[in-house]
Design a protein around this ligand. Structure first.
Ligand code: ADP
Ligand code: AMP
Length: 217
């Protein structure tokens, strides 16, 4: 299956992506994770992206589209993929459609996880991530068994530099202005599956399964 996860920052895309990619055996492709890895490694891509991530703005389309296309050309994406955090602009969505069409392929569905804006701030400021394995936690809603330690690999959990109140509010504005038009874009194409992301994590996973015609009970 070729899937896109849509939704504002903090909606639960990364959290659900881990469950969905495991159940469907397709790679989870997070552009945010790719940029953060490039910044950590100090690559030319990382140096180009760093200021945008720090400020909560979007990395320019030509950089992001090139990065995703290169990733989608890898053999593990042949049978499908789950995009998380891409596309984020109409231009990115058009580039993805054109790239897929050139290969005689198309998206199967776009899962739009919706959460009221008031909840997103609490979710993002309480988010903790494992820099070693990428697992995501929340101090209140999804705490690790031992405070500050990753359940999966034992790594030290950190708070993302862009999960401060100030940057979060900028990122939510960027989402409203630049990314939310994709809801209409994909609805018009009959691909949009709207999910209530304010439910507990396992209930959201079940709803995603239902939207894809699967029973993940
Ligand atoms: P996104 O990838 O969309 O930015 P995340 O998956 O990182 O969002 O989730 C943001 C924060 O909210 C994380 O701390 C995560 O543990 C928490 N979270 C995710 N889904 C839920 C949910 N359904 N209920 C409560 N908290 C959630
Ligand atoms: P995320 O991990 O999805 O919250 O993304 C973190 C940051 O990475 C965003 O605030 C942007 O600066 C950048 N980013 C991730 N995906 C994209 C994208 N598709 N287009 C532009 N910038 C992106």
């Amino acid at each position: 299956m070729r899937l896109v996860l849509l939704g504002p920052p903090g909606a639960g895309k990364g959290t659900q992506a881990a469950a969905i990619s495991q159940r469907l055996a397709i790679p989870h492709i997070s552009t945010g994770d790719m940029f953060r890895a490039a910044i950590r490694e100090g690559t030319p891509l990382g140096r180009r992206a760093e200021a945008y991530l720090k400020e909560g703005g979007l990395v320019p389309d030509e950089v992001t589209v090139g990065l995703v296309q290169e990733r989608l050309e890898q053999p593990d994406c042949r049978a499908g993929f789950l995009l998380d955090g891409f596309p984020r602009t109409v231009a990115q969505a058009e580039a993805l459609d054109a790239w897929l069409a050139g290969r005689g392929e198309k998206l199967d569905a776009v899962i739009d996880i919706e959460v009221p804006r008031d909840d997103l701030l609490e979710r993002l400021t309480g988010r903790r991530v494992c820099p070693r394995c990428g697992a995501t936690y929340h101090v209140r809603y999804n705490p690790p068994a031992a405070a500050g330690k990753c359940d999966a690999c034992g790594g030290e959990l950190i708070q993302r530099a862009d999960d401060t109140e100030e940057t979060v509010s900028k990122r939510l504005d960027v989402y409203t202005r630049q990314t939310s038009p994709l809801i209409a874009y994909y609805r018009q194409r009959g691909l949009l599956r709207e999910i209530d992301g304010s439910q507990a994590i396992p209930a959201v996973t079940l709803a995603v399964g239902q939207a894809l015609g699967r029973d993940w009970q």
